[in-house]
Design a protein around this ligand. Sequence first.
Ligand SMILES: C[S@@+](CC[C@H](N)C(=O)[O-])C[C@H]1O[C@@H](n2cnc3c(N)ncnc32)[C@H](O)[C@@H]1O
Length: 267
Amino acid sequence: MATRAEYSGGYSSLIIDQFKQRTLATQGAFVLPHLRPGLTVLDCGCGPGSITLDIADLVHPGQVFALDYSTLQIKQARLLQRQRATANVTFITGSAYALPYPDGQFDVVFAHALLYHLRNPVQAVAEFRRVLKPDGIVAFRDACHTGDMMIPDSPELAATWDTISKVFAHHGGNINFGAQHMPLLRDHGFRDITISCSYDMFASATEKDGIRHYWQTFLATDHRDLILEQQWLTKAELARQCAALDAWCAHPAGFFARARCEAIARR
Ligand SMILES: C[S@@+](CC[C@H](N)C(=O)[O-])C[C@H]1O[C@@H](n2cnc3c(N)ncnc32)[C@H](O)[C@@H]1O
C-alpha cells in the first residue's frame, strides 16, 4: 500500500489561520485527563502547532516532540513557538509512516485530525505503537461526516459534501474515518480503549464565515483543477456548490457542528 504523504487539506494562509484557532481545551478535552507535568508527548501531524504548544504548557517540564510532513506548517509552528516563548517543544518535518524516534520513547502519542487524511492509517498506528512506552497512551481525534450537522441542510449542500468526499478519497483520505478507531486500535493490540465523540462548532457569524471560506477555498481554489479534470462537476455545478455554502452561511439560524470521533487506548 502507498505510504507517500498526500494531503488534501491545503496550506493557504486562510486554512492555516483556521487551524491556529484550535486549542487543547476545545479540540483535546478528551486527552486532558491523561496529561500531567513531566510526560514526554508526541504530537503527530501537528500542523501550525497551537494545540502542541498547549500540550507543552501542561506537561512542562516534560518534553513535547511534534512532527508534520509540511515544512510550511513546521515554519508556522516555530513562529508561534517563538511568539509564545515555549521552550519544551521540538518541531520537525517528517512522516507519520516512518517516525524518526526510537522505540518506546513516548508516554503519550497524540494525533489530531491526521488519520482521516491518510491512505495508510494502519502503518501510522503501527509507528505510534512502536514509539510508545509500555503502558503509554495513544489519543486520536478524527472527522466522521455521517455525524455532521450543517443546518439548514439542503440537497445542494449534500452534493457539496459528496464532492468534498471525492477529493479526500482521491488523496487517500476518508471523511468518515473517525468511526473506525475502535477496530484499528484492537487490531494493533491496544487495550483499555475508550471511544467518545464531540463537535467542532461553527455558530457565530465569524465562525460560519471562516468555515464557509475554508470549504470554498478547498473546492474552488485548491482542488478546482482536479474536480474539473476528473469530471466530477462542470464549472457551473462547482459554482452552484460554492453558492450553496454562501446560502448556508447567510441563513440566520444556520450552524455547522462538525462531528469528531475520539479514541484513547493503552499500549
Ligand atoms: C488537518 S491538519 C491538522 C493539524 C493539527 N493537528 C491541528 O489539528 O491543528 C493535518 C496535518 O497532517 C499533516 N500530514 C498529512 N499527512 C502526513 C503524514 N503522512 N505525516 C505527517 N504529517 C502529515 C498535514 O501536513 C497537516 O498539517
